[in-house]
Design a protein around this ligand. Sequence first.
Ligand code: 8YV
Length: 326
Amino acid sequence: MKALVTGKLLEPILARVRVEHEIVVNEAERPMEREALLDQIGDKEGLLCMISDRIDAELMDRAPRLRMIANYGVGYDHIDVPAATSRGIMVSNTPGVLTDTTADLTLALILAVARRVVEGDATTRSGRFRQWTPFHFLGTDVTGKTLGIIGLGQIGTEVARRARAFRMPILYHNRRPVSAELERELNATFADMETVLSQSDFVSLHVSLNEQSRGMIGRAELALMKPTAFLINVSRGPVVDELALVEALRNETIAGAGLDVYEREPALTPGLAEFKNCCLLPHVGSATIEARTRMGTLAVDNLLVGLADRIPPNCLNCTDLGRDKA
Ligand code: 8YV
């Protein structure tokens, strides 16, 4: 069969697909252009795609043979899953394999903004570190501070586990509380959004992007945060109203932000890049060689199983398609 792979994967991982199928791979170090994607998809049965691709009804209509979309990543807000379901196309993602990696980066952002790591590095490199003084680069403690987690799912839970080493009490908000046992293990207390926002020293977002979470952190929510608190976002950019964030940073109603994702990625809202109290990363939550290897392997597992017309291990819509998730 024919499959399109929209970004580079390690060759041994791709080789597993080549054994059985004919594949076209985007070897460029940049996402596929929309037109190229639409041109290429026409005769393909399988698609292995990434966050930088928009996989919508228009694309699926160009691909009458398409039966399997394997996403390289856990978040799949760039894929119109109902459109796939209505066309009988299976969709999968890669949960679990990037959980630790993304949780690690969350801690890196918390530490970076609290201790002004990036600013300090820039100062030293540029020759502006001239002497030690008692007030030079004062930051804020992380140990013992309250960590607010919005979305205590797999990644949020791993962030909370790491925060235990910093003796941070956790306040969290979820659609439903987690088990009492997990709350005890994490030293986590369920609270409403207002309480999490107003009482935390760090507010970290770990929700998936959907119609409920889009714009979830806007002007009103930012206004609830302490002026000494930091916002951390490694989930999806559109969860935060970036204009409202720039305004809060400008008015110093929050202490700073650690971001890995942006509302109009890769563009930044004007003004955002000016703030020294922000650490702005280029969507690298899962960017380690180990995590990307695991993601590629799992995405290919899903693709191959789907192309064999069996149920992929991480199928997102097999139940809706009337296929058992056995
Ligand atoms: C990936 C991510 O790098 O998995 C996700 O949802 O946001 C990232 O960690 C990206 O999705 C790769 O396609």
